[in-house]
Design a protein around this ligand. Sequence first.
Ligand code: CTP
Ligand code: CA
Length: 224
Amino acid sequence: ENDILGKLPLRHKKVLITAGPTYESIDPVRFVGNHSSGKMGFEIAKAAANLGAEVILVSGPSHQTVAHSLINVIRVTSAQQMYEACHNYFKNVDIAVLSAAVADYRPKNIAEQKIKKKESTFTIELEKTKDILKSLGAIKKQQFLVGFALETNNELEHAKGKLVSKNLDLIVLNSLNDIGAGFGGSTNKVTFITASHEIIAHELKSKTEVAQDLMQQILKQTHA
Ligand code: CTP
Ligand code: CA
């Protein structure tokens, strides 16, 4: 087929990727959200597709776009919608990489009408969203499961905790301490931690390169 040079190790493999923020409605015109651009997830999708994988990219509200015959973009808005989309596809994939910045909490009640301003202070009660990654870790079979960890302190310890509690094969620690890394920008400084607690630190790199490094690490661990 296309694999003349033997450089498409993920051909016939299915990869699920999440990207972007989620928006949690307060009323018909307002939401709780975050500044995730979706760039990292879209770069991972491209890196996987460039290795021949069939990619399902579940993205929250993001301005990112991609045109690749192997990438199917599913657009969602809320954490609940992202949860449902992921569970819809997870059973049939070989690899899942959850890089979305999912809201941890959402308004407990969504007002049916636009909320009018009244008092000088205003409180919104929030309730926990479902942890998508943890829910997939609890049911995974053949799937190689990758998560991200965004930390500002005790980074390795917190990331290792997430690796174990979410039953992951690999976690990507995203250091927000470093200048130029993280939300909005086009660079990231990451450390990979494997299920056997091997730690692989990377320099500050473009998100394109980080995505390629991540796919190489996945290939290594899955012997693909
Ligand atoms: N994640 C998820 N669903 C959620 C929250 C997080 O799938 N409701 C995933 C993220 O996509 C990421 C990983 O879990 O791959 C870790 O997200 P992070 O925000 O770093 O950790 P949390 O487990 O949410 O814990 P905390 O925010 O308290 O550090
Ligand atoms: Ca979180």
